[in-house]
Design a protein around this ligand. Structure first.
Ligand code: SAM
Length: 238
């Protein structure tokens, strides 16, 4: 059973845990004085701390050790996907992408999108990212960013060394996924897929078409399977 992890805004010699993380620690996990936990501040460091005091709304912990997390990916991979109607599926994609090791996640609306984002939904996806980060023993939670248009998504991924556009109507892939090296931006459409002119826009901005075969995959299948193949190609599964 791995030592429980909690996100805090700032780690110092004596650190305060409050809010949802405190409620979960105290009321669900029954963590009390003397317990050892790991504190995360999204710096990539992991701080081992001992619970010193538990109050009604917070607990105080003394940091006894700090280490650099060993489970962050070596290469930057960003998953950009079209926002789906079904909230559970968006959460599933975020959860699996975090487990697979992406470092950034973008959710966009495109021509055939039929679902719309709001602040609460975006915060929920970032909460899913933090929970998945803790569960898979990572130390940095990928940020989920909302990108109002597909063009915003293309710009978000523009500096990645490999820009891949999963195109359901591409006959062949422009690149062999097995040979991918360097940072990768992956773009996957929503239920409605992409319009031809969106695919042309992708090409014009340096994105390479990738086909995932003759069958039309659900967006969540395409996101998870393509991310997994890329992670394997980048040597993240060694
Ligand atoms: N509405 C589209 C249609 O009926 O052809 C299907 C879109 S699919 C559900 C959602 C996204 O998954 C696509 O936009 C694409 O990014 C990706 N995808 C699904 N199957 C794919 C395939 N065979 N090759 C490449 N990408 C695929």
């Amino acid at each position: 059973m791995s030592i429980k992890r909690f996100f805090v805004d700032k780690v110092q010699q004596t650190t305060e845990l409050s809010g949802e993380e405190f409620e979960h620690a105290k009321n669900v996990l029954r963590i009390g004085v003397g317990a050892e936990v790991i504190l995360l501040d999204n710096s990539g460091k992991e701080y081992t701390a001992i619970v010193a005091q538990v109050d009604k709304k917070k607990m105080l912990l003394n940091v006894v050790r700090e280490e650099v997390g060993e489970r962050e990916p070596k290469t930057d991979v960003c998953l950009l996907f079209g926002y789906l109607k079904n909230a559970d599926k968006n959460e599933f994609i975020v959860q699996k992408a975090v487990e697979l090791g992406v470092t950034k996640i973008g959710v966009f609306s495109s021509q055939y999108s039929s679902a719309y984002m709001n602040e609460n939904k975006l915060e929920r996806l970032n909460k899913i990212s933090r929970e998945a980060t803790k569960q898979c023993l990572r130390s940095i939670a990928p940020t989920v960013t909302y990108l109002p248009t597909l063009q915003d998504a293309f710009v978000f991924g523009k500096d990645y060394q490999n820009k891949l556009f999963a195109c359901e109507f591409a006959d062949t892939s422009d690149i062999s996924l097995a040979d991918v090296k360097g940072s990768v931006a992956i773009v996957v459409g929503s239920e409605g897929g992409f319009a031809k002119e969106e695919a042309e826009l992708a090409k014009a901005q340096g994105y390479q078409f990738v086909t995932l075969g003759k069958r039309i995959l659900r967006a969540e299948t395409a996101c998870v399977s393509l991310t997994a193949v890329i992670m394997h190609a980048l040597g993240e599964w060694q």
